[in-house]
Design a protein around this ligand. Structure first.
Ligand code: OGA
Ligand code: NI
Length: 347
């Protein structure tokens, strides 16, 4: 029901069904403030340096940020402005797009999977499939009036940036540049346009609880003014504070599998706060449904057998959505029984 949307009203008190049990709360005081998530300058002329920075970031953090990525600051500004405008539309306008059916490719929804979960999350989101663009754009929101235009160009540019990053990740694994692009097939692309309203009791709930992304690569545009993304490293949560015009990139489960476990699809979460609403735009590149996810020969040599069995993305995705978001890492369910391979040495 559309009246579950958080963005249609003000919230002075916290509804009980958003409150996490004590042992699942975010404990915001324990979060490390300065994330130190590596920043990669795509404008740098030394490509080998970019490759080695990305290699290290993917292996040690599963996350990095990119600046000078070629997507115009003006377009980013428009995307964020339209996002805010969209979530401020009157309730009757938003009700037209509302659905809690997770199989719908275009929908406005709330929390994560309201039909299944018992505790909700402090988030509304617009889920948009965006490839092939012409197939989906007609059903995208037409209010604000520039939505289709602005998000349409944004999606195309994000896709190109994603392909460029996949090329560098391939090289960083010692593979040819086109490798990952080729094995992921005709990639699907979708987007979660997230809106986290002000929350009266941010210590008791999440915008999004800890999860890994099931896809290949995620390209996140953060609210430039409000922090909320946190990444898990060495047993601690660290905040990834926004950096103007940077994208936050993370490795999804499929790149962890394709890199034979060398690169990590890391736990991350979004927390909320009581002072300011926050937004983010997450773009997901996903393998074509029918492709077989299986590591390249090159990465299963040297006494490092395949960590995961081969599977199709279709099978993986079904499994992912049949679970709760914050259960064990979904990839664990695809592990082969084997002796563990020694970790690659740290740089
Ligand atoms: C996601 C996600 C983080 C954020 O949408 O998968 O992790 O900061 N979002 O909104
Ligand atoms: Ni995520």
């Amino acid at each position: 029901m559309a009246d579950m949307l958080l963005s249609i009203g003000e919230h002075d008190t916290m509804p009980r069904n958003y409150v996490r049990p004590e042992n699942e709360r975010p404990h915001l005081d324990n979060v490390i403030a300065d994330a130190n998530i590596p920043v990669v300058d795509f404008g740098a002329s030394d490509k080998s340096q970019i490759i080695s920075q990305i290699e290290k970031a993917c292996r040690l953090y599963g996350f990095f940020q990119v600046v000078n990525h070629g997507i115009a600051a003006e377009l980013i500004k428009k995307v964020l402005a339209i996002t805010l405008e969209f979530f401020r539309l009157p309730p009757e306008e938003k009700a037209k797009l509302y659905s809690d059916d997770p199989t719908k490719k275009i929908r406005l929804s709330t929390s994560f999977n309201v039909r299944k979960e018992t505790v909700h999350n402090w988030r509304d989101y617009l889920r948009l499939h965006c490839y092939p663009l012409e197939e989906f754009v007609p059903d995208w929101p037409s209010n604000p009036s520039s939505f289709k235009d602005v998000f349409g160009s944004y999606c195309k540019q994000v896709r190109q940036l994603g392909f460029r990053i996949l090329g560098i990740i391939s090289l960083s694994l010692g593979l040819e540049e086109a490798y990952l692009g080729r094995v992921l097939g005709e990639q699907e692309q979708h987007m979660a346009v997230n809106y986290y309203p002000k929350c009266p009791e941010p210590e008791l709930t999440y915008g999004l609880p800890a999860h890994t992304d099931p896809n290949a690569l995620t390209i996140l545009l953060q609210d430039p003014y409000v922090s909320g993304l946190q990444v898990h490293k060495d047993g601690k949560w660290i905040a990834v504070d926004p950096k103007p015009n940077a994208f936050v990139i993370n490795i999804g489960d499929q790149l962890q599998a394709l890199s034979n476990g060398r690169y990590k699809s890391v736990w991350h979460r979004a927390v909320v706060n009581s002072n300011k609403e926050r937004m983010s735009v997450a773009s997901f590149l996903c393998p074509c449904n029918s492709v077989l996810i299986s590591p390249p020969e090159k990465l299963i040599a040297d006494g490092c057998p395949a960590v995961y069995r081969s599977y199709t993305y279709d099978e993986y995705y079904q499994k992912f959505w049949s679970r709760n978001l914050d259960q064990e890492h979904c990839l664990e369910l695809f592990k082969r029984d084997r002796e563990t391979c020694p970790d690659s040495p740290s740089l």
